[in-house]
Design a protein. Structure first.
Length: 289
């Protein structure tokens, strides 16, 4: 009789375990989700875009203030920045899981309040591919890597579109004021390499180093890529007015919308490659020494 009563319980527990998900995030922490999450808060724009690209925008119930693509996410509650989220606002949304960067100050606080957190922070192209797979696991999407295959093909097509004269152009890509640059080991630097140009930032400086402005003056790049948000006053930086790229007008100033595409390691990386390729092609003729 007792065995008969235990059997349904064992069947229930086995079924529950079968639906449980285990994800090891970028901290090396294994997060157990009792079932595929239906309510997701995303606190990093690239993660937000990946969820939507995988066809699951409808599961998002809140995002960080910088998540603005696709248009649907602009209708969602904003819960602060990715680095400094509004903890109370996140909790109030009752998410099944929170997707956020490993560098966020909110990870431990949210976990202490009982929320499930999956921390992912892509910096290289390999990271982006891996994170696609991780989010696919969270969403129970069968072939998340199809998104990466589309990205990879798009970057290759952008590279093939460039004229021979563009090859070996020496490029400085500024990610943010500081100045912070896109290094060769970042996803941006890797895309530049695939496009056939040379990054003035040397590999040992890491993916997104903060540079002494004198570093750029000494390197004297052929072409500068920078967002409109950061370009103001650039020529007034010590020594920069004499940079060859500025003197000869080989400067690409990206709109805020273009900058969002360029600096987010996610589904729009092929579009980013096309934006960079157009910049290089437009300026390459003057860059040949």
């Amino acid at each position: 009789m007792r065995a008969a009563l235990l059997l349904p319980l064992l069947i229930f527990l086995a079924a529950s375990a079968a639906h449980a998900l285990q994800i090891t995030d970028d901290r090396g922490v294994t997060v157990t989700l009792p079932q595929t999450p239906l309510r997701i808060v995303s606190l990093l724009p690239s993660l937000t875009e990946t969820v939507c690209e995988l066809g699951e925008c409808k599961r998002l119930v809140g995002v960080d203030r910088y998540s603005n693509y696709p248009a649907f996410v602009r209708t969602l509650p904003q819960v602060g920045g990715g680095i400094d989220p509004n903890i109370e606002a996140v909790v109030a949304l009752r998410p099944d899981v929170v997707l956020m960067a490993t560098s966020s100050r909110g990870v431990q606080r949210l976990e202490a309040l009982g929320l499930k957190v999956v921390a992912l922070e892509p910096k290289s192209s390999a990271d982006v591919q891996r994170v696609m797979g991780k989010i696919g696991q969270v969403l129970a999407v069968a072939d998340a890597q199809r998104v990466w295959r589309v990205i990879d093909a798009g970057v290759s097509a952008a590279a093939q579109s460039l004229p021979p004269a563009a090859k070996n152009t020496r490029v400085y890509f500024e990610v943010n004021r500081g100045p912070y640059a896109a290094g060769t080991t970042s996803f941006i630097g890797e895309t530049l390499q695939r496009l056939g140009v040379k990054n003035i930032v040397t590999p040992e400086l890491g993916p997104f180093p903060k540079l002494n402005p004198e570093y750029v003056v000494r390197a004297n790049p052929d072409l500068i890529m920078i967002g409109a948000r950061n370009a103001q006053g650039m020529a007034q930086r010590p020594g920069w007015a004499g940079l060859r790229a500025l003197r000869e007008g080989r400067l690409c100033v990206f709109t805020p919308e273009e900058s969002d595409v360029l600096v987010r390691p996610g589904p729009r990386m092929a579009e980013a490659a096309r934006i960079m390729a157009k910049c290089i092609a437009d300026k390459a003729g003057a860059a040949v020494r």
